[in-house]
Design a binder for this molecule. Structure first.
Ligand SMILES: *[C@@H]1O[C@H](CO)[C@@H](O)[C@H](O)[C@H]1NC(C)=O
Length: 324
């Protein structure tokens, strides 16, 4: 197995995955929504099982949302499976892809001042999703055939896809503005961003992209992070508006090199090897010693002295891999 940290993001679809060094995909856990990709109505795997529908493919990366999953191959093909409402894995040959009942666009969950109330509403919405359109095994995302994919990120019910030519695409629910585009059609379309994204991450309802800056200088650096979508707990790390991708000024000059997003918080590694965090601090998830939300990115100095190899966010926690 490749020595990478894998954190399966979204409960209650509890699926874990690993990529073998031959590029095979292995999954285990539970999903009523086909996230295992092991075949029709297979909802549980108690030990790691190989995803046969992907045999022959050299998998580079896999990402899980609440009910959907995406995988990209080394040669840039994109596969999707699981719950397909809102077109979160593309249309899958189905022009009648419907909006999920979660996406009651008039009052996105973000209007509640209380994160717990918002989370409860998300869970209630999920319960209502009864008659679910599901793709039980990985299928090529036909809309992107011939386009080379270099990075993927699944949020709770949206997806981001970064292409070799620099185009950043989004699909799925736009209840929080997490698609970052004014075009609201169901399907995979470009994010309204005039920067050059190089890597992407998605939280429950927010999106992050590390972008190469067009005119780098010492004060702003060479890269920064654009954020958009849900900002319930300040996980965008910047002032509004939330539905338009914009750079996080608080990271100017820090040159972020890696990003990860949890349910309502965000983390980044910088070129100096520092870990920066912002957003929801509930239950100590920011590692700041407090449970307060942090509206602006700040640097975790308790990791000073460690060489950080990788940092990833789970739903409400983070893991940091350091060199020994
Ligand atoms: C996000 O929330 C924080 C705290 O309420 C606020 O200061 C900031 O302006 C908001 N940003 C966006 C993009 O809405």
């Amino acid at each position: 197995m490749r020595p990478n940290l894998v954190v399966a993001l979204f409960l209650p679809g509890v699926v874990s995955a690993a990529v073998g060094d031959d590029g095979s995909l292995w999954v285990w856990g539970k999903s009523k929504r086909g996230q295992l990709g092991l075949g029709k109505h297979v909802t549980e795997a108690v030990t790691p099982a190989k995803v046969e529908a992907l045999s022959g493919e050299n998998i580079a990366k896999v990402s899980f949302g609440w009910g959907h999953a995406l995988a990209q191959t080394v040669d840039g093909k994109l596969f999707g499976w699981g719950y397909l409402a809102d077109g979160r894995i593309g249309k899958m040959g189905n022009d009648l892809v419907e909006a999920s009942p979660l996406d009651s666009s008039a009052t996105p969950f973000g209007d509640s001042p209380d994160l717990e109330v918002a989370e409860k509403r998300v869970l209630e919405g999920m319960e209502k999703e009864s008659d679910m359109p599901i793709v039980w095994e990985p299928r090529l995302v036909e809309e992107l055939e011939g386009i080379e994919v270099v990075d993927i990120a699944c949020g709770l019910d949206h997806s981001l896809v970064l292409c070799r030519d620099g185009a950043l695409l989004s699909c799925g629910s736009n209840a929080y503005g997490q698609l970052g585009r004014t075009k609201t059609d169901l399907g995979i379309f470009p994010v309204d961003i005039n920067l050059s994204p190089v890597s992407i991450a998605a939280g429950l309802g927010h999106s992050l992209a590390i972008c190469q800056l067009p005119e780098p200088d010492n004060s702003i650096g060479t890269t920064n992070i654009a954020s958009w979508g849900w900002n319930q707990s300040s996980q965008l790390g910047r002032p509004g508006p939330g539905n338009i991708p914009s750079l996080i000024d608080g990271l100017a000059g820090e040159n972020p090199t890696a990003i990860s997003a949890g349910r309502a918080h965000s983390i980044a590694l910088t070129s100096k090897g520092e870990l920066w965090v912002w957003g929801s601090g509930r239950s100590g998830r920011l590692g700041s010693g407090s449970s307060a939300d942090e509206p602006e990115p700040f640097y975790i100095d308790s990791l000073e002295g460690f060489q950080i190899l990788q940092a990833v966010s789970g739903f409400d926690h983070n893991l940091v891999l350091v060199a020994s």
